[in-house]
Design a protein around this ligand. Sequence first.
Ligand code: 0L1
Ligand code: MG
Length: 262
Amino acid sequence: MALDKATIEKLARHCEDAEVNAYEITKITDDYPEMTYEDAYDIQWTARANKEAKGHKIVGMKMGLTSQAKMKQMGVPNPCYGYLADYFSYGDGAQIEHDKLIHPKVEAEIAFVLKDDLVGPGCHIGDVLAATDFVMPAVEVIDSRYKDFKFDLKSVIADNSSSSRYVTGGQARSVDGLDLKTLGVVMEINGEIVQLGAGAAVLGHPATSIAMLANMMGERGEVLKAGTYILSGAITAAVSVNKGDNVTVKFQHLGTVSFKFV
Ligand code: 0L1
Ligand code: MG
């Protein structure tokens, strides 16, 4: 740990303020190059506690940067995680206000809901499949607070892994009989196909991502609790969206998620 408690608290307020008021900031490591990964997660967990103190509920978790292509593109060595607050959450058919965001992008994801706790370290894909109550289709709206989405991994972690909004729809299904690795998705914006993908884009299998989350949380003594809703990571590349855009993502076996930016 390189940053003291007062600096962690200051940076948590800095990131959260940029998120709530939708303005750009420069990456934290420009001013604090000594920041460690532990500091970065301390900033995220402090911002999370501040949200709860203001009366918000934390309703889930997300994994980010889970594809080899995206890690390579962003020049980062590992995936990261973040939390989902109540006001991030939207249902199928939603209208999301574009003006409340900075430069949003959309990604198709499979969401997991757990029926048992997952406790890392040592958690593996089999533990995840056994602990999964159901999966559902979701679309994550990411909105890095960093100018032009320019960041390094530590700065992204402090910024809650770019969490912003997410939309859940389609059908809830047990993982029994579903091959999440080959499950296909088609993303359309304003009726035009913009992305195709399959579940294997997420660390080879989306459940691997959930195991990694449990193991990363385990390093901090945190447990991924039964009932948690988790976005497992992007199946498609993230696509920039504008005001007025209609987004529809069709998931094989799981139905469709549609919404609009207004
Ligand atoms: O959910 C994601 O994969 C995004 C994580 C943060 C990186 C970014 O903003 O692109
Ligand atoms: Mg994502």
